[in-house]
Design a binder for this molecule. Structure first.
Ligand SMILES: [Zn+2]
Length: 62
């Protein structure tokens, strides 16, 4: 079983380099750094490949 590296899902910096915010998903716990958090908020589709459930964060289309 592969050991999970604690790193930002977007920029892949590790907890040794930057503070990381944990995100709980249906499948696992992942991490994102504060600098990438706005991407998760405003452009979650960019992270949909890396973060299961991110597509559910898509804003409503009007
Ligand atoms: Zn990051």
């Amino acid at each position: 079983m592969e050991k999970q590296t604690i790193q930002c899902i977007n920029c892949e910096r590790t907890a040794d380099q930057v503070p990381l915010v944990p995100i709980l998903t249906r499948d696992a716990q992942v991490y994102i750094c504060p600098q990438c958090l706005p991407i998760l908020i405003h452009k979650p589709q960019q992270l949909a490949d890396k973060l299961h459930g991110a597509d559910a964060l898509l804003p409503h289309k009007h």
